[in-house]
Ligand binder design. Sequence first.
Ligand code: GLY
Length: 350
Amino acid sequence: MNPINPIYYGKNGIKEINNFIKKNKPSKIVFLVDENTHEFCYPQIISDIETDTEIEILEIEPGEENKNLYVCINLWEALTELKIDRKGLLINIGGGVLTDMGGFLASCYKRGIDFINIPTTLLAMVDASIGGKTGVDLGSHKNQIGAFSLPQMVAVDTGFLSTLPQEQILSGFAEIIKHGLIADKEYWKEIISLKEIQTEDLEKLIKTSIEIKKQVVSQDFTEGGLRKILNFGHTIGHAIESFFLENKNPVLHGEGVAMGMITESYISVKKGLLSHREYEEVKEYISSLYPKLDLKKEDFEDIFTFMQNDKKNTNNEIKFVLLENIGKAAYDISVDKDLIKEALYMYIDS
Ligand code: GLY
């Protein structure tokens, strides 16, 4: 077991950041924000930070289309102009785009400076900011360039969720659903029993989801095996996201993953794993929450091309994470093109 970095909740997060600064005495602190977190989250955070250390702010534009090497180069140049040395500390405040890219930025700058994540979206709280995956997209290929690198800590404050639009909550909620499906049937039942997604319920779900993710990552940090189960719904989901991104009509990550979880559950049935009854339960619940994506059968070849580039593939085979039943996933399962096509057509026709 490799325990991952500490995760602190609520006001404890800022308290621990202050302790970290006091103990480690960074030469400068740089906050990486986007336009939204600069306006809505940074003021609250900075008012609680206790330090005389010089502080700088770097701001990027929000959105997946800005998670790329060109933006990184600008930011590395900015860090250089600000004379940030190896004792500098980067604090990332934002959603998955920002924590993924900020972590990557810090990991490569002068071969690595300390960084801390303060996730402000549900998606970043339960997934992106936890577990040390950092990186950027390459063209339309999601997270094609990156590194495993753990932050010094993650500070989760669900208070930030109140500034989020409902569609962003729903996007992160797809990862919560995924955690139930791959690891814990009781958790799945708890999720589907909720009449609506309310902040009080989310606090508990966030902790359970983070616990599930921590358990998995601590057994397999660099994704040699077990960690792959966290990619359930993502083989098709990422390809769908890339497809829409390339066509200048991006969908939210959770929308792609929701569609991916339905189609990959269908494939699970066809592979003789998941029961038809459980598949119907998964499909019905996810379809009740997420909009149906506007796909056409003729889009399949383009989507399949993206799938061929999936990081989990080996020897030119597309490897899937599938469900054996609700609460248990299997990984490294080869699925042929015809079955993937059948799953996509099923989604389009249903
Ligand atoms: N988002 C999947 C993982 O962190 O492994």
